[in-house]
Design a protein around this ligand. Structure first.
Ligand SMILES: NC(=O)C1=CN([C@@H]2O[C@H](COP(=O)(O)OP(=O)(O)OC[C@H]3O[C@@H](n4cnc5c(N)ncnc54)[C@H](OP(=O)(O)O)[C@@H]3O)[C@@H](O)[C@H]2O)C=CC1
Ligand SMILES: O=C(O)[C@@H]1CCC=N1
Length: 269
């Protein structure tokens, strides 16, 4: 999994930190990892320093892999850094929502390997899921390296073309946020139902993680697991009448995902 040469991260934010956390925990050599970020969050800078990653080093050896993880809106501002470090033999791995391979290739030497990905933050604990698609210049070895890096921190899915990536972003890229919001809302509802704040937060967190783990380990489909909680005429059924009603999860998530897909397309335009 260790790249054959230095690994450079451009944009040391939330997603890059999640990937680095996973990689460093699994044995990527921190002395071969460099990060460039003009104003990293103090906690990120401290974590990188503690891990032995060089942040904003005066001199960076030619990287074999460049992880591009700035916000899509900052791509043009990061072009100079990108062009300074992505040499002809390097592999560029982008996590940018919306930005196509063709857009990423612009300004780079002809024939540079580019792999566009859409990871998610559970990569920090080895439970991410990442979609990848490579340009024609990426060699089998470079694709295997990208696969190994992302597989080390979770599942990987290779795409044949880029057409599905906006929809995929709205599901797996953004999806952890939907689940964390569920935990937040469940805790608030618990407080409103009379539970002390700490207990409501603890119960909500343990329930979301426990249900996630059951879904992870079980062979049963989610609807079967849901039915297994729902005693006929019982308490869960009363709640699901609301959550599965006309203003429930399904239409709400459909609208949320549609908006996310549209935003991903807009960022790529
Ligand atoms: N967060 C997530 O769950 C996921 C994010 N992504 C993608 O990852 C990318 C980063 O997202 P996220 O980590 O959330 O965002 P963050 O804002 O946390 O990270 C981006 C970092 O890049 C820095 N930056 C800005 N300009 C430059 C530059 N010119 N050179 C180097 N660094 C720069 C930012 O600094 P500053 O804040 O000062 O601008 C920030 O620290 C996005 O493209 C997003 O689409 C993909 C999948 C999931
Ligand atoms: O919110 C975003 O734009 C990024 C892309 C997927 C998750 N976070």
């Amino acid at each position: 999994m260790n790249p054959p040469g230095p690994l450079l991260v451009i944009g040391a934010g939330k997603m890059a930190s999640a990937l680095l956390e996973g990689w460093l925990a699994l044995g990527v050599d921190p002395s071969a990892v460099f990060a460039v970020d003009p104003s990293p969050a103090p906690e990120v800078a401290a974590a990188l320093e503690k891990a032995g990653v060089q942040l904003n080093a005066a001199s960076i050896p030619a990287p074999s892999v460049v992880l591009l993880a700035v916000k899509p809106q900052m791509l043009e501002a990061a072009r100079a850094t990108l062009e300074a470090h992505v040499g002809p033999g390097a592999l560029l791995i982008s996590v940018l929502a919306g930005k196509s391979i063709a857009t990423l290739e612009a300004g780079l030497p002809a024939g540079v390997a580019v792999i566009r990905t859409m990871p998610n933050t559970p990569a920090a604990v080895g439970r991410g899921v990442t979609a990848l698609i490579a340009n024609n210049a990426a060699t089998g070895e470079q694709k295997a390296l990208a696969d190994a890096l992302l597989r080390a921190v979770g599942d990987v899915v290779w795409l044949e073309d880029e057409s599905s990536i906006d929809a995929l972003t709205a599901i797996s890229g953004c999806g952890p946020a939907y689940v964390f919001l569920l935990a937040e809302c469940l805790a608030k509802a618990g407080m409103e139902a009379g539970l002390p704040q700490g207990m409501a937060a603890h119960l909500a967190r343990a329930t979301v993680t426990g249900a996630g783990e059951l879904l992870h380990r079980s062979d049963l489909e989610p609807d079967v697991l849901r039915r297994n909680v729902t005693s006929p005429g019982g308490v869960t059924a009363a709640a699901l009448d609301v959550l599965m009603g006309p203003s429930g999860f399904e239409p709400l998530l459909k609208e949320a995902v549609e908006r996310a897909v549209a935003k991903s397309r807009e960022l790529g335009a």
